[in-house]
Design a protein around this ligand. Structure first.
Ligand code: GH3
Ligand code: MG
Ligand code: MG
Ligand code: MG
Length: 299
């Protein structure tokens, strides 16, 4: 498949109808087809689809039902749906749009008009995707922000509860960062935060791990399916990787370089929505590290 091109899924029970649209669009887009609602719902599970052109009248499951199902599923609800139908009555059009479709096109179609409409809808989809991506990133460091972290924690807690797996979290706080800012200035402070964020990302290597800025000079790492010993290993690695940065912090009472303190929490979730407790456990552990002199990690 051409990676540059966006993918459009055409759903129509009549081969010839789908073929006409496919011929209009295949030059500019990757086009795939499904012959039924069921096939469409299967397709979106395995393939990244950027837009769906959906027939209304189909045997078994009509287009409205397919649209309802797509919009009810968090994984597919953001795919723009355009109805394409010979049913031109306003109540049909209204129904389609009220179900969440971005457009309703009535046959007979004009190739240039349909092309222009699809181009506009895909441009809007792109803009939405970009905005969403940025809304989950920390503006300074580029890693995930608190908003993303809260969502990820909820999701991972739920996943671990379902699978009966250990979920671990690390709360990492830069030691004597106020002294660093006061001595080297805020611009250097910002640069230091960026370097620490990068080192954290390099320290947790598994695909499901989440590294985020918790706030200020505090970061959190979520480690799904990771028991306490595993979390301790990552905390040790973080400690080493931050030390290896050798960012001078002359005024720090614990070291001449920037150091961090890490609170570790691990648990097998037993109730829904208990992720706040995991954060509290990590916070308590961090508090202990700070009280015991900093530049260390603790469970
Ligand atoms: P401790 O070892 O107990 O954690 O001491 P600390 O000085 O690191 O902690 P404290 O909470 O007293 O100070 C945190 C500092 O982090 C104060 C604040 O100015 C700085 N800070 C927070 N966010 C940013 C930021 O985005 N940029 C910069 N440059 N500094 C920040
Ligand atoms: Mg049909
Ligand atoms: Mg702090
Ligand atoms: Mg601090």
């Amino acid at each position: 498949m051409d990676l540059e091109k966006q993918t459009i899924l055409i759903v129509d029970d009549v081969y010839f109808n789908a073929k006409i649209i496919e011929d209009i669009l295949c030059e500019d887009y990757e086009v795939v087809t499904a012959r039924s609602g069921k096939e469409c719902l299967e397709y979106v599970k395995s393939t990244k689809i950027d837009l769906i052109i959906l027939d209304v009248v189909m045997p078994d499951m009509d287009g409205y039902e397919v649209c309802r199902k797509l919009k009810a599923n968090p994984a597919t609800k953001k795919i723009p749906v355009i109805f394409l139908s010979g049913r031109g009555e306003s109540q049909n059009e209204t129904k389609g749009l009220e179900l969440g479709a971005v457009d309703y096109i009535i046959r007979p179609i004009h190739p240039l008009v349909i092309k222009a409409r699809i181009k506009n809808h895909l441009a809007l989809k792109n803009q939405r995707d970009i905005l969403e991506k940025f809304s989950f990133r920390d503006a300074l460091t580029g890693i995930f922000n608190r908003r993303y972290l809260d969502e990820a924690l909820k999701k991972e807690w739920h996943g671990s509860l379902r699978k009966g797996e250990v979920l671990s979290a690390l709360l990492i706080d830069i030691d004597y960062f106020k002294k660093y800012n006061d001595f080297y200035g805020h611009v250097a402070g910002d640069q230091c935060l960026c370097m620490v964020a990068e080192a954290l990302q390099k320290s947790s290597l598994r695909a499901g791990d989440v590294v985020a800025r918790y706030g200020g000079e505090e970061f959190m790492v979520i480690l799904p399916a990771t028991p306490q010993q595993g979390a301790v290993c990552i905390a040790q690695r973080i400690q080493n990787n931050i030390a290896a940065l050798k960012i001078e912090n002359e005024k720090s009472p614990v070291d001449t370089y920037i150091t961090v303190s890490t609170g570790i929490a691990s648990t097998i979730p037993m109730i829904t929505g208990g992720q706040k407790e995991l954060v509290e456990m990590a916070d308590l552990a961090l508090y202990k590290v700070k009280n015991n002199g900093r530049n260390a990690y603790q469970v």
